[in-house]
Design a protein around this ligand. Structure first.
Ligand code: 13P
Ligand code: SF4
Length: 349
């Protein structure tokens, strides 16, 4: 089949299914895939759209945790199958950062934190880039999910209530939020997941307001101060927009560190002739460049998330035509009530 034939076949199936089918695509997907999505968004927007949708078939062009989040939201409150199915066209597309935190490891850390600091109220906050069982761990202990778009609001809410926070899995998002909120370096500590006791003494745990898990996005965490210096030298006067999964000392050099949605909004609001350096995933940077010919847009340094790039038009067509069970995403029903509590606390904020 040629690309045009594949695209036409996808269009025909979409027309035939009407409102019963919802195709969601993350901003980091390839433009050829994005062209066939009913909604394109960041992880927060797509979670909201999945939750509000009445479609019986939701096809998630993105990575595993996103499709899992959609499945958590379309099931009944006790995990019952209500007949609404979530599919991921490229089921091997995961998120390496999500895989850096397991529920078992978090449970063990949680028990040690509680033993070291029994008089404080600790709450887990997990980035939506996490597995369903990590979300269930979070929900079980009264915590909330967050995204790069609302993380600041979620952390501020719990910190203002006097809680202490175990944040997983992204150490850099956590550090960026705390820097923006004005928390000093010594108010938070890093739980180094490969070390016994996270490398923290009971005294350090007691003195910390926040403990961050030592996970990171291998894509965004690779941005360096040298990248910023080189890009600024090549584009003097350009405005640097960067995703907060970048290390905090690097993000601090940007004119704005913001979620995917905030980066897009800043570009859309730009006056003609503006010059931008963008520190995020290359599929999005390329689309922004194509969509805004009146601006000069350069990547801070081109970085591709291979997992996000796994979804192809052929995968999408196969999913829509055959509905293979192997591409269906089904969260263990036993995890759903707690995982859902974790996600719904975020959606309610
Ligand atoms: P957003 O929450 O900005 O969509 O980011 C998701 C992601 O995977 C970023 O790497
Ligand atoms: Fe995960 Fe990073 Fe890829 Fe986002 S860009 S899906 S955080 S590996």
């Amino acid at each position: 089949m040629t690309v045009a034939e594949t695209a036409a076949a996808i269009d025909a199936i979409r027309r035939g299914q009407g409102d019963d089918l919802l195709i969601l695509g993350h901003h980091y997907q390839d433009s050829a895939v994005v062209a066939h999505c009913d909604a394109v968004g960041d992880s927060l927007e797509l979670s909201r759209i999945a939750a509000a949708s009445k479609a019986n078939r939701i096809v998630f062009c993105g990575v595993r945790f996103m499709a899992e989040t959609a499945d958590i939201l379309v099931r009944g409150p006790r995990g019952e199958d209500l007949g609404r199915r979530v599919y991921q066209p490229a089921p091997s597309a995961g998120c390496p950062m999500a895989d850096m935190a397991s529920a078992d490891a978090l449970e063990a850390a949680w028990a040690q934190i509680a033993a070291a600091d029994p008089d404080s109220r600790w709450v887990p906050i997990v980035y939506v880039n996490s597995t369903a069982d990590v979300k269930a761990f979070c929900g079980r202990y009264g915590g909330s999910a967050c995204t790069s778009g609302n993380g600041l609001r979620v952390l501020r809410r719990f910190l203002d209530q006097g809680a202490k926070i175990l944040f997983a899995p992204d150490q850099h998002l956590c550090a960026n939020i705390l820097r923006t909120l004005g928390y000093p370096e010594d108010s938070h500590a890093l739980w180094q997941r490969e070390l016994p006791d996270g490398g923290l003494t009971p005294d350090v745990i007691r003195r910390s307001r926040v403990i961050a898990w030592s996970g990171c996005c291998p894509i965004h965490a690779g941005f360096t101060s040298e990248d910023v210096a080189a890009a600024r030298a090549a584009a003097p006067g350009a405005t640097l927009l960067i995703h907060p999964e970048a290390p905090s000392p690097v993000a601090a050099q940007a004119e704005m560190a913001g979620s995917t949605k905030e980066i897009i909004a800043a570009v859309e609001a730009a006056a003609p002739g503006g010059s931008y350096l963008i520190g995020t995933e290359q599929h999005l940077v390329e689309r922004l460049t194509a969509d805004h010919p009146g601006l000069t847009i350069r990547p801070l340094r081109p970085i591709v998330c291979e997992d996000m790039g796994k979804t192809t038009l052929d995968d999408l067509l196969t999913t829509l035509r055959d509905w293979p069970e192997s591409r269906r995403v089904t969260v263990d029903p036993a995890l759903v009530p707690d995982a859902r509590a974790c996600v719904e606390r975020m959606l309610a904020l």
